[in-house]
Design a protein around this ligand. Sequence first.
Ligand code: ATP
Ligand code: MG
Ligand code: FE
Length: 347
Amino acid sequence: PLVLGIETSCDETGVGIVRGHTLLADAVASSVDEHARFGGVVPEVASRAHLEAMVPTIDRALKDAGVAASDLDGIAVTAGPGLAGALLVGVSAAKAYAYALGKPMYGVNHLASHICVSQLEFGAMPEPTMALLVSGGHSSLLLSPDITSDVRPLGATIDDAAGEAFDKIARVLGLGFPGGPFIDKAAREGDPSAIRFPRGLTGPRDAPFDFSFSGLKTSVARWVEAKRAAGENVPVADVAASFQEAVADVLTMKAVKACKAEGVDHLMIGGGVAANSRLRAMAERRCEDAGIELRVPRPKLCTDNGAMVAALGAEMVARGRGPSSWDLSADSSLPVTETHVPGHHHH
Ligand code: ATP
Ligand code: MG
Ligand code: FE
């Protein structure tokens, strides 16, 4: 199926077009530069930027894909979770285009989309799929027998998300926003074993598949403060590398453990933090050692984009899932278990 996907849950206006598992277009307009000076995404600024970027980004995606809107089999849109006002722009646009074109509309879950995007790079997802979802707002281990209808959380962060920790530590170190790519870059010049930062929730009595990054964050901040208080230089590269090592260590260790516990020989990693070079390298090595096939999409498909939404939409069409109803609304706290928002009455 030929599906256009619209993503506006945060600060990226993403419009992607796929045909089944084939990526045809991935247009992204970001308002990140407008938020950088605030050190975080400003919801009203994001909503306004989505409004301005929406039509041009849809036009660009159609042009890049070389398809006509009339040829589409459906339009998918992120219904949640995310920023309420930002989501609403995407949902409204999807409704307007779908209604005007006479196409079915599918309101889908942003988090399930972060997982389903792997199909664009690796083909059909194995079922069940074990997924490590690590993004700006979430860090979870998920087992999914069918990404269009069934996602089961095995564990999740009990405090900060991994991406949130990257963003906060970048701020502590005086690096840019969002922090992940800056830490990744700084860490390349650093020694990952320079400082031993804590690995949260890895004790024998801790929940095996839950995560905690707030202790790590505090520990790094205290370490940096102590250096500054002593009038010493902060070795930014070493701190970045050691922090990144602690995050990658816990994430990959627990993901491999979850695969073994569930008898699954595949691991998929998705979400913005999956773009992290150290996480990718460590996952590769540990999965190889454990006989697990690893699927991590290219970095551009890990951070927010419309292609991931289109990928899940195409899967919904392929599996004959019904479209959402025209009263579809955005749900800023849509749980990960709700892969899509079904329609109660179609016409
Ligand atoms: P969610 O998907 O949970 O709703 P989100 O959509 O805001 O949150 P994503 O776009 O999936 O999040 O990911 C953004 C996060 O990924 C940010 O916290 C950012 O710092 C992080 N990130 C991006 N690139 C990297 C990288 N190379 N290394 C580490 N973190 C990264
Ligand atoms: Mg973003
Ligand atoms: Fe995301």
